[in-house]
Design a protein around this ligand. Structure first.
Ligand code: SAH
Ligand code: SF4
Ligand code: F3S
Length: 463
């Protein structure tokens, strides 16, 4: 790194796909000679990679922009420039409006255009005018980016990898089909190549990403379109890759091949995030989810038959327009009958441009709050029960980082829980066999037992 190297600070909001995209923006910028920094003060370029899913998420961006505007002004006084870019889903949804509300913003570009950052930055250097790029280009952005990851990217044991993007489902509450565009699956070969490069750099666990990942149907070398289950089987052949996960799925697309993979693919971890949103068929219909509560429970039963110890997670929305007390109680009963290891729950937030925002029977804020706290109490008690059920059990932990205390390592269980391991003999990237000895509020503590899991045959390295 030279003294004069330009630096970029990228701040990420929202879902894992934004985390992945921010990394890839770092790769694109590295190709232009930028270094990525964690310190906004030393940055020449600041990019906010934004989320539009709920009102609060979108509003955060404007308060952050206020702070950077101030910094930009101070910089200008010192004769140095700070370029401010807004990327991601707020950029896509609001476009020009962002420049109107925050004149300090120089670049606005959506999730499908960040491979064009080099052209955008050089155009900006010439024109000195705010630029907004929010079309959905015909070319595939993945074909126009450097191979991942940039050599100086931080080394990690786990990584995200986007395999499918966009959504054609149009749930009536959701902005994603508008901000990410139509559903597109990446070809199998490119995914395998990306995964191999990650593994070559020391990654041992890959989480495949897609807004509707279980609808994956990417082109393969045999001329067919492969399902996610088939793709996971192919990825499992990569030597040195020990764990696979995927998120997020839609209940309608949980096909038999994917369910069988949970039984037959030893590298596929026993954890599934399968959002249901509501337990009421009336609400599900108004949400355009196109499945009933019973159909969802049917899918859960099939998955549990294939992988009895699977940890289940979900997303819930309370206070969707027209949701009655009885509808809400139906959600509570669904939660009771499924039993979740973890979950995310939200108050319905009306989003501009979505059909549900126009519905007349909006639920009062106080009712939403009351329902949310009841639901969260139930979900929290279930996740505590799941943690508790791990006590005394043996499982394999992939060590990701040093623990908080000396002599401790931190990693994750097959079920995605954070685990602190007392251990002096292993290091980052090791798979260790542990016994769980205590349960914290959101994590587990453990000590290593017996043989090193790395020396066990592959088929035994999952819990
Ligand atoms: N693609 C995923 C997740 C989309 S966004 C899926 O199909 O499930 C993540 C979660 O945010 C959703 O599952 C939903 O629970 C929540 N969400 C989306 N739009 C929302 C809104 N308008 N108000 C409140 N929560 C919302
Ligand atoms: Fe949004 Fe529904 Fe698509 Fe998920 S499936 S991204 S909730 S529209
Ligand atoms: Fe948010 Fe866009 Fe992800 S709206 S949740 S960053 S797809």
């Amino acid at each position: 790194m030279t003294e004069t190297q330009k630096k970029a600070f990228i701040k990420t909001y929202g879902c894992q796909m934004n985390v992945y995209d921010s990394e890839r923006m770092g790769d694109v910028l590295a190709g232009m000679g930028y270094g990525v920094t964690d310190t906004p003060d030393e940055a020449d370029l600041v990019i906010l990679n934004t989320c539009h899913i709920r009102e609060k998420a979108a509003e955060k961006v404007y308060s952050e922009l206020g702070r950077f505007r101030e910094q930009k002004r101070q910089r200008a006084d010192d004769g140095r420039e700070l370029v401010i870019g807004v990327a991601g889903c707020v950029a896509q949804a609001e476009g020009e409006e962002i420049v109107r509300r925050s004149p300090a913003v120089d670049l606005v570009f959506g999730p499908q255009t960040y491979h064009r950052l080099p052209q955008l930055l050089s155009r900006f250097a010439e024109e000195r005018q705010p630029l907004v790029e929010t079309d959905f280009p015909a070319e595939d952005k993945f074909d126009h980016m450097p191979k991942l990851p940039r050599p100086e990217a931080p080394r990690a044991v786990t990584a995200f990898l986007t395999v499918q993007e966009g959504c054609d489902k149009f749930c009536t509450f959701c902005v994603v089909p508008y901000t990410r565009g139509a559903e597109v699956s990446r070809p199998v070969r490119k995914i395998i190549e990306d995964a191999q490069r990650l593994v070559d750099r020391g990654v041992r666990e890959i989480t495949l990403l897609g807004q509707n990942i279980n609808a994956y149907h990417g082109e393969a070398a045999d001329g067919r379109r492969w399902s996610l289950g088939r793709l996971l089987d192919e990825l499992a052949l990569i030597e040195g890759l020990d764990r696979l996960r995927y998120t997020t799925s839609h209940p309608r697309d949980m096909d038999d091949e994917l369910i069988s993979a949970h039984r037959d693919n030893p590298k596929l971890m026993p954890y599934l995030h399968l959002p249901v949103q509501s337990g009421s068929d009336t609400v599900l219909k108004a949400m355009n989810r196109r499945h009933t509560a019973a159909a969802y429970i049917g899918v859960i039963e099939k998955i549990r038959a294939a992988r009895p110890d699977i940890a289940l997670s979900s997303d819930f929305i309370v206070g969707f327009p027209g949701e009655t007390d009885a509808d809400f109680e139906a959600t509570m009963s669904l939660v009771k009958s499924v039993g979740y290891a973890s979950a995310f729950s939200f108050k319905y937030s009306p989003r501009p441009g979505t059909p549900a925002a126009e519905m007349e029977n909006q639920v009062p804020e106080a009712v939403k709050s009351e329902r949310l706290s009841r639901l969260q109490e139930l979900l929290n008690s279930q996740s505590r029960a799941f943690l508790q059920s791990c006590l005394g059990r043996e499982m394999d932990i992939l060590i990701e980082k040093p623990g908080r205390k000396a002599g401790q390592l931190a990693g994750r269980s097959p079920y995605l829980q954070a685990v602190h391991v007392e251990d002096q003999h292993h290091g980052i990237g090791d798979m260790v066999r542990v016994c769980i000895d205590s349960v914290g509020a959101n994590s587990l503590s453990a000590h290593t037992v017996g043989a090193d899991a790395d020396s066990l045959p592959r088929a035994m390295t999952t819990a």
